[in-house]
Design a protein around this ligand. Structure first.
Ligand code: NAD
Length: 501
């Protein structure tokens, strides 16, 4: 049985308070326990960060970059081990877990360029013999609170940049799949990061609340569901902190009649069922503009029926189980709800065959196969709720305008995609759609590390997206220096407002 501890001041630390069970989603069995930090344990991690911070802040940009380069190499060398830890607790297949490690590493690679990213501006002679320049400085201790669905990648959206900017970072990972955080902490230490600059407090609401109110935590990055994102944003900002809080999603794919339907079907199935639909950028609704609906549904079903569902560590598996039994039951409840709301259940994931087992509903573990609901009614709960599982809804619409209205009328604005061969329509869509990340013939338009990731509306609280230059901005604050070195031009006392001249 695993015993997942905190990581404070460069060493594993046993909790003294509550613990919570960790499951193997493929079997449903308990595989270990994770400690849940008390407020005092959070305080200990923050105190270690406060003590370590000044020396790290004052270390040169080049030295910080060198530590990041070493961390990148170590993470790459341990990618299989990391992916195996993720797969064993989250359930996603190994190749998918490797994919999240690779996307996270891209942010580390971006952060290796910190000497360039932190360059300020300089203006010589803004007034007579007066120069101005801008610099950006780290905030101090910053925290990251992350969801279960990307236990390595989402923390890596945050900490490489925060640490590179010269901050100390405290991570509060999801209690459902906490092990990846400890391996990353160990690799930071091996890379030469001073103790206290990267800490992990395992935990739940108690730990989150303490981080949100702790006076020494200057900024909080959060990724998770919308109700908690809103709570974290409101609580953190009311305690004077800078907060970026990314929430839930309900991503629509708009399919125009001129699209290549084989490409659309491949994309909808990949983006709908990859990671069992537990991705904030998953496609959960396909808006099929008339008359393509019947043909497209046929092509989607043909592909869905061939998907191989099985344990994440079996190389034959393309889709694994869901994260917990409670979550599986919640997702599965939408199948009957969808039918009650007037949709047609075209593929029933409860009957999917699981590798090494029987049907999804009879195999021990948290199984639900890929499910397709057709003729989903606009505005029904299946259409608007974030289900966060392997359930793809097809909504038939009569025009581009009707599809756009459904997307823009939704609560969320995380990701979306349009599939078409009409460049003019795609250009119009990118302009008119009220969503933060847009794909054109690309179903999961996750921005590269040198751009920034974030949605609109209930998918993000705050005004800064994560990673890229917005990440650098979030973890630093600006200062502008106006300087004059003594010369013979003393002008005497002048109470007027300084103007240039
Ligand atoms: P969650 O909101 O349940 O948990 C996220 C974090 O908040 C965890 O660390 C958890 O311990 C903590 N938490 C949970 N309940 C809390 C409470 N009452 N008070 C304080 N803290 C609390 O989310 P999840 O189920 O782990 O992850 C799935 C959700 O995350 C989905 O809604 C998904 O869309 C979203 N997500 C969004 C993005 C994005 O970029 N917008 C990315 C990944 C996941």
């Amino acid at each position: 049985m695993k015993n997942v501890t905190h990581w404070i001041n460069g060493t594993p630390v046993e909790g003294t308070a509550r613990t919570s069970e960790i499951f193997n989603p493929a079997t449903g069995e308990v595989s270990g326990r994770v400690h849940l930090a008390s407020a005092a344990e959070v305080d200990a991690a923050v105190a270690a960060a406060v003590a370590a911070w000044p020396a790290w802040r004052d270390s040169s940009l080049v030295k910080r970059a060198q530590v990041l380069f070493r961390f990148r190499e170590l993470m790459y060398a341990h990618r299989d081990e990391l992916a195996a830890l993720i797969s064993a607790e989250h359930g996603k297949v190994h190749s998918d877990a490797l994919g999240e490690v690779a996307r996270g590493l891209e942010v580390v690679e971006f952060a290796c360029g910190i000497p360039h990213l932190l360059k300020g501006g300089f203006s010589e002679g803004v007034s007579t013999r007066v120069d101005s320049y801008s610099i950006r400085q780290p905030l101090g201790v910053v925290a990251g609170i992350t969801p279960f669905n990307f236990p390595a990648m989402v923390p890596m959206w945050m900490f490489p940049i925060a640490v590179a900017c010269g901050n100390a970072f405290v991570l509060k990972p999801s209690e459902r799949d906490p092990s990846a955080s400890l391996l990353m902490a160990r690799l930071w230490k091996e890379a030469g990061l001073p103790d206290g600059i990267f800490s992990v407090v395992q935990g739940d609401k108690e730990a989150v609340d303490r981080l949100l109110e702790h006076p020494d935590v200057k900024a909080v990055s959060f990724v998770g569901s919308t109700p908690i994102a809103r709570y974290v944003y409101e609580t953190g900002t009311s305690h004077g902190k800078r907060v970026q809080a990314l929430g839930g999603a309900k991503n629509h794919m708009l399919v125009l009649p001129d699209a290549d339907l084989d490409l659309v079907a491949d994309s909808a199935v990949s983006a709908g069922f990859g990671s069992a639909g537990e991705r904030c950028m998953a496609i959960s609704v396909v808006l099929a503009v008339d008359p393509v609906g019947d043909e497209l549904v046929g092509k989607i079903v043909e592909r869905v029926e061939k998907l191989v569902v099985g344990p994440g560590d079996d190389p034959k598996s393309e889709m694994g189980p869901l994260v917990t039994g409670v979550h599986r039951d919640k997702v599965a409840s939408y199948l009957d709800l969808g039918v009650a709301e007037g949709a047609t259940l075209v593929v029933d994931g409860r009957r999917t065959q699981v590798l090494g087992g029987t049907t999804a509903e009879e195999t021990p573990g948290f199984w639900l196969g890929p499910t397709v609901l057709d003729h989903v009614r606009p505005g029904s709960r299946v259409h608007t709720d974030e289900i966060f599982g392997p359930v793809l809804s097809i909504v038939r619409v009569s025009s581009y305008e009707e599809g756009l209205e459904l997307i823009n009328g939704g609560e969320y604005g995380n990701g979306t995609a349009i599939f078409t061969n009409d460049g003019g329509a795609a250009r119009r869509f990118q302009n008119e759609v009220e969503v933060g990340m847009v794909g054109i013939n690309v179903p999961i338009p996750v921005p590269m590390a040198f751009y920034s990731f974030g949605g609109w509306k209930a998918s993000l609280f705050g005004d800064t997206h994560v990673h890229g230059t917005e990440g650098v901005h979030f973890y630093t604050r600006g200062k502008v220096v106006t300087s004059r070195w003594l010369d013979p031009s003393h002008g005497g006392v002048n109470l007027g407002f300084p103007t240039n001249g």
